[in-house]
Design a protein around this ligand. Sequence first.
Ligand code: ADP
Ligand code: MG
Ligand code: MG
Length: 280
Amino acid sequence: MLQINNLYATVADKAILNGLTLGINAGEIHAIMGPNGAGKSTLAYTLGGRPGYAVTSGEVHFKTDRHAGLDPASIGTPSVAEGEWTPDQVRGDEDGWVDLLALEPHERAAAGLFLGFQYPVEIPGVSNVQFLRESLNAQRKARGEAPLSGAEFLKLARAQAAALSMDAEMLKRPVNVGFSGGEKKRNEMVQMGIIDPKLAILDETDSGLDIDALRVVGDGINRIMRKPDKAVLLITHYQRLLDYVQPDFVHVLDKGRITRTGGPELAHELEREGYREIAA
Ligand code: ADP
Ligand code: MG
Ligand code: MG
């Protein structure tokens, strides 16, 4: 579903991603762990297309069934140089592969990419409901689907809030304004449930959560995203979220590249031994 090949990216002219290669199949949950400053958030922002995050070389391709309505010029078969990657890392001769880096951020979202922010943004003056309905309907429009009516949308939003044990009153409040750290993260999961993406990149969704909220959010990720046609890239600094969301693969990111890959046991090893020992 996602194929990142030898990605280099800079922020403010500083090289942060340094040859990152990662392949994610539909149905898989991948965790990325790494020390502060390793480039985890930079990876998330680069994939999301945040302005200021410049790709200097490398490729990212995304396989999606939601490409109708996107610019045809950006849809095609990935061109991957031979010999640099193992064959199972390179998948791309089926329909539906898009060159992610050629898409605008809103096109990436319409194609099914969701970004959960480490620091969710507050938007005074815009209610959660307005924001979410506009987001969902803009995506539906880009995909050639009919918009949801106000009533249809409210039903969906209330169901998602309830599933995440969020008070429906919070849907009326301005986006994240005055929300606690944990409430912001929970709100992001409500957003994810409403948007129903193909691929979710969740940047430290566990930060600021107490143990009960961690379980609710973990259950939410499993309920919304653990499906054969979806995938998750879970960025986390700590192992504890992975008790609730069992990853298929754990990767260590250090100095802008993946230095080790393993199964769930690698997360425990990292917690015990520390990143520098393991990554070396
Ligand atoms: P992580 O999420 O793994 O903690 P980040 O991706 O946030 O790491 O940051 C990686 C490196 O990029 C850090 O050294 C950080 O200081 C630097 N960096 C991130 N954003 C900027 C920016 N806007 N300007 C300059 N340096 C930045
Ligand atoms: Mg950090
Ligand atoms: Mg970060």
